[in-house]
Design a protein around this ligand. Structure first.
Ligand code: FAD
Ligand code: SF4
Length: 809
């Protein structure tokens, strides 16, 4: 039997080639004796997931698609770390750089692409790389350990994903883009602007309309020079300006090439017995750079090689999704309006949502979604099918409900061919998902993900997977609920109770056990899990620095020019000449450009360089004012009975006591307190999270106030007589809020949501109050001052110091 097998050689052990082989093995397992050559020293891995590796959402082991055992079990001869350098097309033999000669009956070229490197003077310096493979990823991870400043040239998909990963690695990242708008090949201007703002909030800097001119430095890169004469400092430059098909081998073997290796609809080149697939192939003038089309090509190629009749490959409509946590961007088809087309737009700047549909001849031909990309997969499917959407345009723009989808669009899924790809990232077809539901008993998206890998990478295909579940599992479907973010269907309460029940102790563990559908999570769920874990396990949980925002990582508020502000704690707003003198001296010594009083009775030193922060904290020798985090901010006080003739109680004393009691407390959102010495309420206690107002013979305690965007006056919680009672109720209230509210939910929103009566009820029993007080005291007893900690621990301090590496010539 084996003797009759034809010899099949695959050059390029990457995603497209190996996918075609996998498909072929399913169709005709006995037809070929297979040999694979790959230049990289790894088995086939998911290149797409390199972005996740860089952003901390996956490790290298997790991105291997076919491990060495897979090759062995399919009797495939694998040569890794070997490059095929020549093909004798007459004798049908290939030659590798390590001296291997192999005959073939059929040869597949799947050599992928090379990253395009701008031919700038200095581009050969150390520290200038691309973002294409595991090696590049490792260089970035290594560089981030000893260098600070990264510059990414290219504001497209790849550049932004590289930039996000580098931010995660703790580098300061500037994205240089030649155009005024980032991702201009996928997004229109409003979406591009919204995306830039969102990424700026995550800490990315943008240098737009900049043409790179030269890379400066000696052996290693030091800076990037622009055509306008300006420069940006750089210890690392990542070029992400595009790819070019890798056609070198084909070219020197006499195979017809253009931009890529030219193929017909059956992926055949002009030379008999030689096919090409993947990014190296050019079909009808297009060389694709995304996996979904490559999988479609692979399926056609596998069928032809297996002798299965196929209609051939007719080209692909593509869609893209940015894999940056916390940012939802989707683009498909023609996003700019060609002639005779119409566009429908929806923009909600409050919730940060933008949608645009482009329609021609009653058909959807393109879509851009920002902020809410839930309908992306369905819209994409309509674009591909060329479905008539007359009369449904607005409904599609405003959101496809699950019911409408299953009722009106269900047929589309039913009619879809079995080999149509649902999950582009992992090449999972409709047929495979149907099999998982019908034969393997999957009844939820989580189970399908575990079984087939569908929706395991970017999550964009989840709505289609849900549609297939409804189609094939019917009533058995485990209903998908609204989760805390797009990464999970679980709500806040379910997550907290599962963490408690299963005693989950790390963010990664929660995501794994609770089957997150986006492996690395996003900027909504990571910080919230970090908070919930810290709140539930104050003694054991080690805070995950990388799940916090910049301000909380550096214990200072980042300003719009990239400098920071330093706000020392001034208990109750009461200071002394000595403390003021010290603040003034430090401000002078470090050339602080602005010294300002805050609305919370403190002093803000603005415009401080990151590297000066620990030195300033050391010289100030004052506790952090926590003016940056989701913590207790200030306790504002009036002068009260100490000086004011109306004052009935010691507002200053009470304010200082409360501030000392709760300083360093972490909470779902920032918390502000105030104490007024009489009902004239000069400290504005009735717009604070917890307000204390003195009355004759006691104190009124108020909750749930807010003076921000949505002003809300407090609700009266109760009236107490003694100072100790104030502290007891404040402790109980704050701990109850910590344990019950959602992450990022201010007390005002929380009290509105749960109702003031439910809060009163939860706190009315003294035993319950004391238990809450005990828990908050336990948490507080475990906190330390972050500034002091950084000042005293050289390892932590290192994160702030600029690194001066001696230049090697
Ligand atoms: C960081 C990153 C993120 C991405 N994200 C997405 C995404 O979200 N969605 C998406 O659709 N696409 C994404 N892509 C693109 C996607 O990864 C590629 O389209 C896909 O990997 C191309 O597959 P391929 O097999 O054609 O090429 P490759 O995966 O590049 O494989 C080609 C292989 O052939 C080897 N080779 C080349 N020449 C020879 C030779 N002469 N002899 C032996 N071996 C050789 C190469 O070393 C390489 O290993 C991303 C790419 C990167 C780099
Ligand atoms: S609130 Fe009352 S006690 Fe305090 S300053 Fe105003 S008037 Fe005086």
């Amino acid at each position: 039997m084996t003797a009759t097998r034809k010899k099949l050689v695959l050059v390029g052990n990457g995603m497209a080639g190996v996918w075609a082989i996998e498909h072929l093995l399913k169709l005709a397992p006995e037809a070929y004796e297979i040999t694979i050559f790959g230049s990289e020293p790894h088995p086939n891995y998911n290149r797409i997931m390199l972005s996740s590796v860089l952003a901390g959402g996956a490790n290298m082991d997790e991105i291997i698609i076919n491990d060495l055992e897979w090759y062995r079990s399919h009797n495939i001869t694998l040569y890794i770390g070997q490059t095929v350098t020549a093909i004798d097309t007459d004798k049908r033999v290939i030659y590798s750089d390590k001296g291997i000669e192999t005959e073939y009956d059929e040869l597949i070229l799947a050599t992928g692409s090379h990253p395009f490197m701008l031919p700038l003077p200095g581009a050969d310096k150390k520290g200038v790389i691309a973002f294409r493979d595991i090696k590049d990823c490792e260089i970035m991870q290594e560089t981030a350990k000893s260098y600070r400043k990264a510059v990414v040239i290219g504001g497209g998909l790849l550049g932004l994903e590289a930039a996000r990963g580098l931010l995660h690695l703790g580098m300061e990242v500037s994205v240089v883009h030649i155009n005024e708008y980032i991702m201009e090949r996928q997004l229109d201007q409003p979406a591009s602007i919204m995306l830039r703002k969102e990424l700026e909030d995550q800490g990315m800097k943008f240098l737009l309309n900049k043409q790179s001119e030269a890379i400066l430095g000696q052996k290693r890169v030091k800076s990037l020079l622009f055509a306008d004469g300006s420069t940006v400092e750089a210890d690392l430059i990542v070029m992400a300006v595009g790819i070019k098909p890798n056609i070198k081998l084909a070219q020197k073997s006499g195979i017809t090439i253009n931009r890529g290796i030219v193929v017909n609809d059956y992926m055949e080149t002009n030379i008999p017995g030689i096919s090409a697939v993947g990014e190296c192939a050019e079909h009808r003038g297009i060389a694709y750079g995304l996996v979904a089309p490559l999988y479609e090509q692979g399926a056609v190629l596998a069928k032809r090689l297996a002798g299965v009749v196929t209609e051939g490959y007719a080209g692909s409509v593509t869609s893209t999704k940015l894999k940056v946590s916390g940012v939802n961007v989707f683009s498909a088809g023609q996003f700019t309006e060609p002639e005779n087309s119409r566009a429908l737009r929806f923009q909600d700047e409050i919730d940060g949502v933008y949608k645009k549909l482009v329609i021609q001849n009653d058909k959807l031909i393109g879509a851009v979604l920002f902020g809410d990309t839930n309908d992306g997969a369905q819209l994409f499917s309509m674009i591909k099918k060329g479905e008539n959407i007359k009369g449904r345009e607005k409904e599609l723009l405003l959101g496809i409900s699950a019911d409408a989808f299953s009722a009106g669009q269900g047929n589309r899924l039913e009619e879809m061919a079995d080999d149509e790809i649902i999950c582009g990232c992992n090449g999972v077809s409709k047929g495979r998902i149907a099999e998982a539901i019908q034969s393997e008993g999957c009844t939820s998206v989580g189970q399908i993900k575990a079984c087939t890998k569908a929706s395991a990478s970017c999550g964009g295909c989840k709505p289609l997977v849900e549609g297939l579940l409804q189609l094939y599992a019917g009533d058995a479907v485990v209903t998908v609920k609204e989760g805390i973010c797009g990464c999970t269907p679980l709500g806040r309460d379910e997550i907290v109770s599962e963490i408690k029940r299963m005693e989950l102790k790390t963010v990664k563990e929660v995501m794994n056990v609770l089957e997150w559908n986006v492996e690395e999570g996003c900027s909504k769920c990571r910080p919230s899990l970090n908070y919930y874990l810290g709140m539930l396990w104050p003694e054991e949980y080690v805070d995950e620095k990388e799940s916090r925002f910049t301000n909380e990582r550096y214990h200072a508020n980042i300003q719009k020019d990239g400098t920071y502000s330093v706000v020392p704690r001034i208990y109750g707003g009461v200071t002394s000449p000595a403390a003021l003198k010290k603040i003034a001296e430090v401000a002078e010594k470090f050339d602080v450009p602005m010294v300002k009083f805050t609305g919370g009775q403190r002093i803000d030193l603005l415009g401080v360089k990151k590297e000066d922060l620990p030195k300033m904290w050391e010289e100030l020798d004052m506790p952090s004012g926590h003016a940056y985090g989701k913590t207790l901010r200030t306790v504002k006080t009036c002068v009260g009975s100490t000086f004011c003739r109306f004052g009935t109680q010691d507002a200053i004393g009470m304010g200082i006591r409360l501030e000392k009691e709760f300083e360093r407390l972490t909470a779902p959102a920032k918390v502000k307190l105030a104490v007024s010495g009489c009902p004239r309420n000069c400290a504005e206690a009735t717009i604070k999270d917890f307000g204390v107002v003195a009355i004759d013979g006691g104190w009124e305690l108020h909750i749930g106030g807010n003076g921000g965007v949505h002003v809300r006056a407090t609700d009266l919680l109760c009236v107490v007589k003694t100072d100790d009672e104030v502290v007891e109720w404040a402790s109980a209230f704050l701990q109850y809020y910590r344990e019950s509210a959602g992450w990022n939910e201010r007390t005002a929103a929380w009290v509105e949501r749960v109702g003031v009566d439910s809060v009163k009820k939860a706190l009315e029993n003294r035993e319950d109050r004391l238990a809450l007080q005990e828990r908050i005291q336990k948490t507080l007893s475990l906190t330390t001052d972050p500034w002091k900690q950084i000042v005293n621990e050289p390892e932590l301090r290192k994160n702030f110091e600029p690194i001066t590496q001696p230049e090697t010539v």
